[in-house]
Each structure stands twice: as C-alpha cells, then as structure tokens.
Design a binder for this molecule. Structure first.
Ligand SMILES: [Fe+2]
Length: 263
C-alpha cells in the first residue's frame, strides 16, 4: 500500500449517483478448501442510470440462471444491458457473455459490437475506451492478466468508483494477489494507478472498499483528482454516513450527462 493511502470497507453494495450509480449485484469470493482446491466466483457489477447500462464481469457459467434474476431485482433484463465489460477472460469473470448477444462487448482487449464487428482501440497503448465521455470509461490495468481492464465511473456520490476485477482480489489482499498474477510488477503499477484515481474500489473477490488519502501526503493521479490542496491538506469529500448513504453529490465539472459521443 502506498504511503498515505489506506482503505476501509464501504459497508454497502450500492453507490448512488447521477446520472450513474453502481451496484455490486454479486460480491465475489474465493475460499481455499482443505484439499488444496479453491471455491471462487467473481464480483458482478451493474453501472446504470445514464445512456450506458453496463455490466462489469458476468460471474462463472454456474451463475447462468442467477444472473438474470439479479438483473430483474433491479428492474432490468439482459436485453437492457448495452455494454458488457469483462475485466479479463478467467472463467469466473467471463462465464456468461452469451446472455448478452445484443451488447457491445469488451473482454480484456477484445472490443466487439453485437454484429461481430471488432473495433480498434488504444488500450494496449494505455489509452482508455470511452463508453460515456467524462463519466464512464475502460482503462487498461494489466498484470493479473496482460490484457486486464477496469471500468471507471466518475461523478458518483462517493466520487470515482473503479470496478477493478482482479487487480485487487479483495481489500487487504497483500500476500495473496502475487501468486495469481501473470506479471506481478505490472500489476503492482496497475494497483497504484487505481489507488491514485479511486474513491471506491470494487475488487474481484470481495466486497467494495473505500480509498482514503491521509492529510499531509501528496498523491496526484493523472487527472488531478484526489490531489491535496495547496497547504497539503485534503478532506475527503465523499465520506459515507453511518447508514451507508453519502454526503456529497457529483462534482459539477464531472457532470457531463448527455454530452459527447458514445461507443
Ligand atoms: Fe482472475
């Protein structure tokens, strides 16, 4: 964990926001078994409320019956999903893409439309894929797998939410994630980038957690978000109340609802 950064449980599976809110439909888990096997499933996260209705990861194939039910509890059906983003191709994250034949699909660095047309993008060069410019984008976060991606949602009531797949197994996963990584050095860099931009992280195999940047440390991500003020101090603007709701709304300069082109 970088100096000056700490985390704490979010305590809720939903982050409200306008236009976009985020709900973890299924909290992923991984439970080592006594015989050396591991029982696991990936987090499934819904991002919706604006022009994009995105599902991030689809669980394992054993969730095929469960996933439509999880969507229906939010008033949605699989046909309402406009974009499916699979953070990487492991079976507990990409097991149900066939439930969404009408959606634009981004699986790792494969970006395709519903008609089977594969689109160019700049993920391999570090460039994000904009789903709703200024609000929802996919960024490359290689390491766990070399084409791993994460979804970034800006302007929620909790600030910036990063649905990070297996960049993070769970909160406090030090000592666990390297053994599962294709490229630990690359993943370490991705973890630092995500920690620098996120106010909330949805990990691949645990409940969502908050990222807190302590007073007196300068931690400036590329877009300047989360930077300390001139005197080096920073009060976190989006602290949750005890009931799991949040105090502040989206920042005005992040509210680009309806603007820009969509993928
Ligand atoms: Fe994985």
């Amino acid at each position: 964990m970088p100096r000056g950064v700490r985390t704490s449980p979010l305590g809720t599976q939903e982050v409200p926001g306008s236009p976009y809110r985020v709900r973890v439909l299924q909290v992923g888990y991984s439970i080592p078994q006594a015989d050396g096997t591991c029982r696991a499933d990936g987090s499934i996260t819904l991002v919706w409320g604006g022009l994009v209705t995105a599902l991030v990861d689809t669980g394992g194939p054993w969730d095929r019956q469960r996933l439509p039910q999880l969507l229906s509890e939010q008033g949605l059906s699989p046909g309402d999903i406009t974009h499916v983003v699979c953070t990487h191709g492991h079976s507990d994250h990409a097991g149900n893409i066939n439930l969404f034949p009408a959606a634009t699909l981004l699986l790792g660095w494969d970006l395709s439309r519903a008609d089977g047309l594969y689109l160019r993008h700049g993920l391999a060069a570090g460039q994000p894929v904009q789903l709703h410019p200024g609000l929802v984008e996919v960024v490359p976060t290689p390491g766990h797998t070399r084409s791993h991606v994460s979804l970034v949602v800006r302007g929620t009531a909790a600030g910036t939410v990063v649905v990070a797949g297996d960049v993070f197994e769970r909160e406090r996963d030090e000592g666990q994630w390297r053994a599962l990584s294709e490229d630990p050095a690359e993943q370490e860099r991705s973890r630092r980038r995500v920690l620098a931009m996120a106010d909330v992280i949805v990990p691949g195999h645990g409940p969502p957690f908050r990222v807190l940047r302590d007073t007196g440390f300068l931690l400036v991500p590329e877009d300047g978000e989360g930077a300390t003020s001139g005197d080096g101090s920073k009060q976190h603007e989006n602290a949750p109340r005890g009931d799991g709701t949040f105090r502040s709304g989206p920042k005005e300069d992040e509210d680009g609802a309806g603007g820009g082109s969509m993928l």
